[in-house]
Every structure is written in structure tokens, then in C-alpha cells.
Design a binder for this molecule. Structure first.
Ligand SMILES: NC(=O)C1=CN([C@@H]2O[C@H](COP(=O)(O)OP(=O)(O)OC[C@H]3O[C@@H](n4cnc5c(N)ncnc54)[C@H](OP(=O)(O)O)[C@@H]3O)[C@@H](O)[C@H]2O)C=CC1
Ligand SMILES: O=C(O)CCC(=O)C(=O)O
Length: 348
């Protein structure tokens, strides 16, 4: 929280927990001088989950001798918020549910939809679980080594997602699942691939692994396989060439186009619940899962409607065209920052 992003080129794969802990301590030794509950509040991201946040939080406390909400994604028994681990994936699905409802005039939902997801980390796992809960079928997941495609009609089940979560906690590859005698027959593993050209007929695509993970060619493949909605769980998941293809489809094909939502809006549930974690820390209290989930749903609804209405106002869509969520979200974000700068005399 604060608008910055940072990282390290330390690769945690193949390292022991103690090696990771020592790295986190060293990292926090410097970082602790730059962050604070009212300055910048870092959170997890690729390769950084509850374990790493715990090591860094412990390091901060021992360096500063102070308990402060200086990181989010903390453990539930030491200042973390319920639903923060789930927030990005759940929020993404809540956002897309609004896209589906708007596009179908309230007639459709995730129920019965085939959903291709990439990634198998924090965002992908919880997006998959929420899609399944809402009646959709998850047809694919992936990791940095390859993609797995479900071969049965039922797709991925919550039990399989649990198995994958365990594998990933231990930094193992998805190929371990497809090589196992227990699960191997339910999935096809494609080494070195992303799911988009291999997932078959699809209604919704949710890139949720890393940046630039949908190329122009893959954008065309998704459209030809029937995709009607694409929303980024990952930051900058689609290449600019892919976005251009989705936006061109939105203009040309109107109501039967694919509709694209940028990560800055669709994956905002994670940072939003980090904000709720900070609010709870400041008040020294803890909300229930239901309370946090309800607030998350409302935030994602506002986020969708803000992008939609701003697009209608500034880039008026032609008759029958979906508003551009990328233009609407960019302009809404810009307006908020520009207005604050203006009001705070930072304009000149
Ligand atoms: N966590 C959060 O709250 C939020 C995350 N995001 C964004 O969502 C995306 C996923 O983050 P998150 O789930 O937290 O991260 P995780 O580290 O939990 O998972 C990342 C996933 O992406 C795969 N991956 C990593 N690098 C590559 C690569 N170069 N090519 C293909 N696959 C890759 C990983 O595979 P492997 O297991 O093999 O390493 C893993 O499956 C990122 O873009 C992140 O910035 C956005 C908003 C909030
Ligand atoms: O929880 C946060 O504050 C950040 C989440 C995140 O990684 C992101 O929004 O890119």
C-alpha cells in the first residue's frame, strides 16, 4: 500500500526454510528503514506468501522492537486478516461475475461456464475454488514449467486444488501431479506451454500467473475457441498486442465480442483486503470472514461500476458496444490521483 513495487532476484526454489528465513531477515534489515504503517506497507506477490511475510515480520519486530502493521498477508493469529489469502482470486471472480451479468442483461453467471486459468499459485488457486463454488468448470492451470489441462468434463475439483496447493507450498512442479498414479489420468501435461491454445472450448480466461502471459497468437486462439470474457488476475498478464486484439473485437463484434478487463481493476481485491487488514490493525480488532468477504464483494462491485461508468462518460461506446474497461479503469485511476494532487497543491 503506497504505490511501490519491489523485489529480489533470490530464487527460493530448492532452498531450505532456514535459507529463506535468513534471506528474509537480511532483506528486512534494509527495508525496515523505508517502510512504516503510515508510509509504505508491502505485501506478498510472486514467490512471497504467508511463510515469507512471517519471516520478514519477525525480522522487523526484532530489528525495531515494535509491533506495527507494516506488512499485510500476516498470519491469522498475529495480525493478519481473514480472507486476505483468498482475496485476489475471489475478487477476480466477483469482478468477472459483474461482467457476465452486464453482458447478458442479468441472465447469466459463472454457472455452466468453462473457465481456463493459468498459474497455480495464490491467485490461481483461489480463483479456481471460487469458480467451482459458483458452478463453473475449471479446465486448466499452469506453472513456470508447463500447463495442465483437465481431460474429464468435471475439470479440476476442490480436492485437486488442495493437492496442488500442497505441492506449491513445497515448491514442486505441476508435473508431479500428472506423473502420479493417483491423478495422472485426469490431466494432460504440456511441457513449456501456457493453457490458452490447448484448453478447448472456453467461455472465460483468467491469466493468473505472471506478466505477458497472453500473446497476440494466444489472444486469437482464445477468441476462436469461444472466449467471451478475459480478466487479468496477474499484473499485466496480457501483452499489449493481445489487448489490442481484444479491444478491436470489442469494437467490431459488439455484443458477441470478447470483453477484456485489466488487472489494475480485476485483481484489485488483494490490495483492497490488504487495506482492510491495515484498518483492522489500526483498530486492534479482527473482523469475521463473512464481514471481510462482504466488504470485498462491495469493493469489486464498485471497482467494476467505476470503470464502466467512467468509460461511458469519457469514451462513449457505440450502440451495442461494451464500454472499454481498460480505458475506464485508467481514466478513473488518473482522475482520483490528479484530483488529490490538485487539492493538495501538488498540481504545478
Ligand atoms: N498475491 C496477490 O495478492 C496478488 C497477485 N497479483 C499478481 O498475480 C500473479 C500471480 O501472483 P501469485 O499467485 O501471488 O504468485 P505465486 O508465486 O503464488 O504464483 C505464481 C504462479 O505463476 C507461475 N509463474 C511464475 N513465473 C512464471 C513465468 N515466468 N512463466 C510462467 N509461469 C510463471 C508460478 O509457477 P511456479 O510454481 O513454477 O513458480 C506459479 O504458478 C502475479 O502477476 C502477481 O503480481 C496481483 C494482485 C494481488
Ligand atoms: O496486498 C497488496 O497490497 C498487494 C497485492 C499485490 O501483489 C498487487 O496488487 O499487485
Amino acid at each position: 500500500m503506497g504505490g511501490g513495487k519491489g523485489g529480489a532476484d533470490f530464487d527460493p526454489k530448492g532452498k531450505s526454510d532456514n535459507e529463506i528465513r535468513r534471506f528474509c531477515y537480511a532483506f528486512m534489515k534494509e527495508l525496515s528503514r523505508h517502510i512504516g504503517a503510515d508510509t509504505d506497507v508491502p505485501a506478498g506477490d510472486i514467490g512471497v506468501g504467508g511463510r515469507e511475510v512471517g519471516y520478514m515480520f519477525g525480522a522487523y519486530k526484532s530489528i525495531r522492537n515494535q509491533w506495527e502493521g507494516i506488512l499485510t498477508g500476516k498470519g491469522g493469529s498475529w495480525g493478519g486478516s481473514l480472507i486476505r489469502p483468498e482475496a485476489t482470486g475471489y475478487g477476480l471472480v466477483y469482478y468477472v461475475e459483474h461482467m457476465i451479468q452486464y453482458a447478458s442483461g442479468g441472465k447469466e453467471s459463472f454457472a455452466g461456464k468453462r473457465v481456463a486459468i493459468s498459474g497455480s499459485g495464490n491467485v490461481a488457486q483461489y480463483a479456481a475454488l471460487k469458480v467451482i463454488e459458483l458452478g463453473g468448470t475449471v479446465t486448466s492451470l499452469s506453472d513456470s514449467k508447463g500447463a495442465i489441462i483437465a481431460t474429464s468434463e468435471k475439470g479440476f475439483t476442490p480436492e485437486i486444488i488442495d493437492v496442488i496447493a500442497d505441492l506449491k507450498l513445497n515448491r514442486k512442479a505441476l508435473s508431479d501431479l500428472t506423473n502420479s498414479s493417483e491423478y495422472g489420468s485426469q490431466f494432460k501435461y504440456i511441457e513449456g506451454a501456457r493453457p490458452w491454445k490447448h484448453c478447448g472450448q472456453v467461455d472465460v480466461a483468467l491469466p493468473s500467473a505472471t506478466q505477458n502471459e497472453v500473446s497476440a497468437e494466444e489472444a486469437e486462439a482464445l477468441i476462436s475457441q469461444g472466449a467471451k470474457f478475459i480478466a487479468e488476475g496477474s499484473n499485466m498478464g496480457c501483452t499489449q498486442e493481445a489487448i489490442d486484439i481484444f479491444e478491436a473485437s470489442r469494437k467490431e463484434k459488439k455484443g458477441s465480442a470478447i470483453w477484456y478487463a485489466p488487472g489494475k481493476a480485476a485483481n484489485a481485491g488483494g490490495v483492497a483486503v490488504s487495506g482492510l487488514e491495515m484498518a483492522q490493525n489500526s483498530q486492534r480488532l479482527k473482523w469475521t470472514s463473512e464481514e471481510v468477504d462482504e466488504k470485498l464483494k462491495q469493493i469489486m462491485k464498485n471497482c467494476f461500476e467505476n470503470g464502466l461508468e467512467t468509460a461511458k462518460e469519457y469514451v462513449t461506446p457505440k450502440e451495442g458496444e461494451f464500454p472499454s474497461l481498460v480505458a475506464g479503469s485508467n481514466i478513473a485511476g488518473f482522475k482520483k490521483v490528479a484530483q488529490a494532487m490538485h487539492d493538495q497543491g501538488d498540481w504545478w
